[in-house]
Design a protein around this ligand. Sequence first.
Ligand code: GRF
Length: 196
Amino acid sequence: MKRVAILISGGGSNMLALLRAMTGDHPARAVLVASNDPGAGGLTKARAQGIPTAAVDHRGFGRDRAAFEAELLKPILAAELDILCLAGFMRVLTPDFVRRFEGRMLNIHPSLLPKYPGLHTHARALEAGDAEAGCTVHEVTAELDAGPILGQALVPILPGDTPETLAARVLVQEHRLYPAVLRRFAGGDRTPVMLG
Ligand code: GRF
């Protein structure tokens, strides 16, 4: 059974989708949900599911990313994880941190990578006049939003879409894609999951 830790920054809807999927014959179980924000709504949801939580407020560390990560690493290493999932985690991690988990660290990004790494992905897709958008689960490497792709889900862009309406349509697919990728990845299969 693979031990999964999940990092969040906010509401944690992707984290919750992962927790709900890790039951029965799923080859993984959540052992920790941690956040850079003690007030993250997802921490309450994780606790309600009986999952241990931890929080390290990044604002106490100013620009010292390494010091923040050293603190965040304590509960993460204590969890003795096999897989680390970033799910709505909004802090950029240093290469040193990533190197510790390379090959067993996943992230979900709300665009069809390699298009639109970084922020404001939906506004950029709309601005470009794209016919479709979507989300990507990828392995996390030192380069932001650039690791091997483990799955993608496509959604149509519809007339009149705003970044908000598009984000809502993509988020539904995020909640399908991430659990499917985690199940396959935890079973040792890196074949990309492609959802229409
Ligand atoms: C989602 O759009 C996800 O793609 C991005 O963060 C947003 C919020 O995620 N990474 P969640 O509801 O906190 O899981």
